[in-house]
Design a protein around this ligand. Sequence first.
Ligand code: THG
Length: 718
Amino acid sequence: MFRKYTNRAYLDLLDNRVAVFDGAMGTNLQIQNLTAEHFGGEKMNGCNDFLVISYPQAVDKVHRSFLEAGVDVIETCTFRANRITMIEYDLQDRVLEINSKAAALARKAADDFSTNDHPRFVAGSMGPTGKLPSMNDPELSNVSFDELVDVFREQAVGLIKGGVDLLLIETSQDILEVKAAAQGIIRAFEETGVWLPIQAQVTLDTTGRMLLGTDIHAVDTILEGLPVDVIGLNCSTGPDFMREPIRELTAQTTLPVSCIPNAGLPLNINGQAVYPLEPEPFARALTEFVEKYGVRVVGGCCGTTPEHLKTLVNAIREVKPAKQVVTTQPRLASSISAMNMQQEPAPFLIGERLNSQGSRKFKELLLAEDYDSMITIARDQIDNGAHGLDLCVALTERTDESTLMYNIIKILSPVVKVPFIFDSTEPDVLETALKTAPGRSLINSTNLESGRDKADRIFSLAKKYNAAVIVLTIDEAGMAKTADRKLEIAKRIYDIAINDHGLLPGDLVFDDLTFTLATGDPEFSRSAIETIEGIRQIKKELPGVLTSLGVSNVSFGLKPAARKVINSVMLFHSVQAGLDMAIVNPAAITPYSDIPIEEREMADDLILNRKSDALQRLIDYFENKGDTAQSVKDNPMEGLSVAERIHWKILHRVKDGIESDLDDLLAENTTAPKSVWAVEILNTVLLPAMKDVGDKFGAGELILPFVLQSAEVMKKSV
Ligand code: THG
């Protein structure tokens, strides 16, 4: 359950000094001018990973050249040696053999160079499969999370059997694949009984994001809770473009950081990739990262030669890494960016509108599987200030909650910048969600209603997939109604989560429940006070944990205008008591100070149980007042011409109504033949809009998934 090691010598090394990895395998094999014969025939020509069987001398030569240069760690020649990638060479059934041979070859070379003063290590290289599981592409994403786990398990078993010292997940393009790789490696540890350190490295482009838009804060948020020991960057760019993400990473992660750049950005010279950065500036930049930011592992990727590494080893020898000073904050992440669970000002707003049990409209969309309109609801909530989105897709009409959850995550996650909160009572549905969402999510929820079995199941999921968990204060005796009982249950479940499952206090979000005040039932007249006091107690007695509340429950049964006021006032008092997160309709929350005094007083009377006739007065007041409190949202398309509106929609990825907009525009010109006018629209409206998208992408203002969404709107228009 907790991390254990059979051999942690590599991590011990990092405790004492900076470790230097080797340089490029690919480019240094290339210069050996190998022929098809070396690769074992035409079919395997160019398959570097097979050389460890067909012509191991070539690989051995590269290993030894780097050991000669003085590096501490060499990487096995297994970057592409997984079952999926090896299909290209029909070698998918030799994965175990290739990996264990490669590991043994590197092991032998490392051992030949090892001395007591200078031990040498072998990292088992595991590159990407080429699939992009986070996407929704029929070709690139046609692999399940479980399949990926097994693909990496198999490769890791081979590497472990061949004798590596650590496993290296590297050059990762898709953060969801990294999660699968880490799980696969753990399976391999369980299978072999050998537990080793894991280092995970992602690849960022020149704008500092992974291929699908994930930034370094999200990467760290997602990976830190997994059994990963070292986190870092490699490939794609030279050290210069890594400076800023490395600075940010070292400022936020508690893990040692690795940095393994290319020898600069490649130049295309006569169709050949040439890496221009010389050994001196290469070594200087990495030395700076060690001294300034506290990087603990350095090395070279594409285009780096033994000369680069020798220069680096010499430069780094006397350098002390800066101390990493990190105060960690509980965070969630989408596939794009991270979000602190404690917002300034509080609270973190969890949008409640994508809930089949709490919104008739959403339920209808779900039954119709109208995913485009769901994207619109998601966007509206974010525009109104939601920091995360609650997703609940349970329907009495359908039994495939898992499938619906999978579908909605696939649709939303590439385009939604805020993290998800998975709202389900079914552990299987939650597990599907956690396998599908690339980010770090919040499970909603668990409790002790029927003992601890279910809580145990949910906490293991949270640990396995690195999620946070909302915990309701419910036990075998039912929902806690007094502050004392709320705290008592919170303490009991805290103990299970922390001591038995190894979760951190910041992984727990206590929801101490609020009940409707609309019934007038005296049993509940103090219930809001108890909830508010419960929040205060839990925050005081269980340091480090968070709190959350489904605020709207407090006003169930009242008219919308009254609900809005009561919800806002309840939220205010809860936040005063220390509430961190609130499940709300973000469009219907008014700041306390903006609520008319008269209404505020009435709501206070009810919530704080100050006057016995509070409920009746409130009902009467809003009966007479009517529903004027509807929020009017600015329409960003107001005042735009039809052509401008189409441009706006393409740029902002809005498919809704684009067809009728185009019909309107087509109807504007009655003289020109339709086809001529249509081409004119294409050239003067649609293509310029797409060019605008392209320019913004080029300038780093848009990320790839958004561009693809714009292209979808464009396609629909055409
Ligand atoms: N705690 C936690 N999770 C929760 C809740 C909680 N999840 C579900 C719920 N409670 C929070 N979500 C909602 C969603 C909608 C409404 C209230 C809470 C709501 N809906 C209107 C209604 O039912 O009248 C609108 C209906 C409609 O639009 O059709 O009020 O407490 N952890």
